[in-house]
Every structure is written in structure tokens, then in C-alpha cells.
Write a protein of this length. Structure first.
Length: 283
């Protein structure tokens, strides 16, 4: 969008077919967050809680438009009309959305002052599965809510901790190598003449998303920080987008990430499917 002088209005991410493991460290981190006080949880529930704070109020800077604020909180169960998929909450969205909003603020609202950004977990919803998809998304959202509620309750949390993996335990090397993940992305932008335009993108990654791919991303980021002297001169607690811009993309492609931009949403879905099949054939 930015390359075409189009201001982003809305970005929606639907998580597609993925396979990854779960570790005791991740479980411990979730428990640590949910053990926080109600007031702390209320504060971090704001999608803009990581944005720089206003000098006068001391609160994070956020859009003045209440509709934009509301849209940035997403929905519990919905239907993505672009990729024709029922959706439910995606647990990583609670982190990713706040990082995107902080990136936008650090980049002096390069993505626009009223950007709407959401991530959801997609549920197969084609053909007869469309009805089943609605039921699955609703049931999944209910189960996730019940799990988070149980982890907030001391007695139930202790019970679940007994069966959960312990810190230091996680997916095996074989499981890490067999993992994969995919995303369907669409964005809406507005040109200088006021015309709105849709954009479609897909991404597929090879390897466990949390324990193989992420660790390789961190390594590539460290190498880039050490070697590339042309990176933006931003310092402090910043984000990958603010630190690297698009410079890191070739590094990510080298470790197994594939990106594609298409003119139609259906083409993105087909490319994701083809890429995942190609991964499986190589195994």
C-alpha cells in the first residue's frame, strides 16, 4: 500500500492451517500474566497499551475515534467475508496487535493514525463445512474462554499445572521440524483521491512456529543488527518493524518463510495450499 501512496485503513489476518508444539515455558508465561491483578489486566487489555504515553495524561496515546477503538478490539466469533472463513479468537493476537500498534506509533503513524488491525484463527468453512464452521468457531471460543477463566482461578490453575508440560519441556526436534504455519491477510487502503482499494497477501512458514521458526528469526535479527549499518537509528524498546523495516524480509525468506501478493483472495488461498503441499512432499 505505502509503495502506491495508499494509506492503510484496515488489516485483517486470518490464521490458516498450522502445526506447532506447546511448551511448559509458554504455559508458565500465560499463568504469570493471568496471575496479575484485575487492574493490571484491565490496563493491558487496551490494544494501544504499549504505545508511547501522553505527556499530560500519562496514558497510552490512542485514536480519538471511538469506532476505531472498538474495531481494534475485534470480535469473539465472526465470519471473514474476504477469505470466506469463520473465525475465533487467536491467542497470539493479544500480543501481536499491541506490537503492530506500537510499531505504528514509533514510525510516526506511517500506517495511518486510525489503523484497524485484527488477527483471528480461521476455521474451515467451505461448502457444507460453512455451517459446521460456525459451530466449531463458537465452541472453540467458548473453550478458550473457559480455559483462561480456569487458569485465573487458583484451585483450577493448580489442577491444570499438574497435567501441563513443565518449564524446560517442549516439542521434540522431530516435531519442531515437522511444524508449519500459514496466514491469509487482506488490507484496505485509501488513495489520495479517496478511492478505497483491497490488497491480498499470504504467508507460509516451515518449522514449528514457536520453537523452530521463531528462534531462527531471532538469530537472523541479531546478525542483521550486528552487520547492517544502514538500519533505522531508533533505540530503546522498539519493535521489529521499527528496527528493521523491510530489510529483514530476505533473511526471513532464507529460513523458510514464503510471501505472495495476489490480486484475488482465492489466489492467495490456492498459493497457501500449494506451498503447504510442497513442504509435505519434501519431508
Amino acid at each position: 500500500m505505502l509503495a502506491e501512496s495508499v494509506e492503510p485503513i484496515e488489516i485483517q489476518v486470518v490464521v490458516g492451517p498450522s502445526l506447532g508444539g506447546f511448551s511448559g515455558g509458554t504455559f508458565a508465561s500465560v499463568i504469570e500474566v493471568l496471575s496479575s491483578s484485575i487492574s493490571d489486566l484491565m490496563e493491558v487489555s487496551c490494544p494501544f497499551c504499549l504505545c508511547p504515553r501522553d505527556n499530560q495524561s500519562g496514558r497510552p496515546v490512542r485514536p480519538a475515534d471511538t469506532q476505531v477503538l472498538s474495531a481494534n478490539r475485534g470480535v469473539i466469533v465472526g465470519f471473514d467475508k474476504i477469505y470466506k472463513s469463520w473465525t475465533m479468537p487467536y491467542i497470539m493476537e493479544s500480543i501481536n496487535r499491541r506490537i503492530v500498534n506500537r510499531s505504528n506509533a514509533l514510525l510516526k503513524y506511517k500506517y495511518g493514525p486510525n489503523l484497524i488491525y485484527n488477527e483471528y484463527l480461521g476455521v474451515p468453512s467451505s461448502g457444507i463445512n460453512r455451517f459446521l464452521g460456525a459451530i466449531s468457531a463458537s465452541f472453540g471460543a467458548l473453550c478458550l474462554g473457559m480455559l483462561l477463566g480456569a487458569l485465573k482461578t487458583p484451585i483450577l490453575r493448580s489442577f491444570l499445572q499438574y497435567f501441563a508440560p513443565k518449564s524446560g519441556e517442549g516439542p521434540s526436534e522431530e516435531q519442531r521440524n515437522a511444524g508449519f504455519y500459514s496466514y491469509y491477510v487482506w488490507g484496505k487502503g485509501r488513495s489520495k483521491t479517496g478511492e478505497e482499494k483491497l490488497y491480498y497477501m499470504g504467508m507460509v512458514g516451515k518449522g514449528d512456529p514457536g520453537y523452530r521458526s521463531t528462534s531462527m528469526m531471532i538469530s537472523e535479527a541479531a546478525i542483521l543488527l550486528a552487520e547492517d549499518k544502514s538500519l533505522p537509528t531508533l533505540y530503546g524498546i522498539i519493535t521489529p518493524a521499527a528496527a528493521f523495516g523491510t530489510t529483514i524480509l530476505p533473511k526471513l525468506e532464507k529460513i523458510g518463510l514464503t510471501y505472495f501478493f495476489e490480486t484475488e483472495a482465492e489466489d492467495v488461498k490456492n498459493k497457501v495450499k500449494e506451498t503447504l503441499l510442497a513442504f509435505k512432499k519434501k519431508e
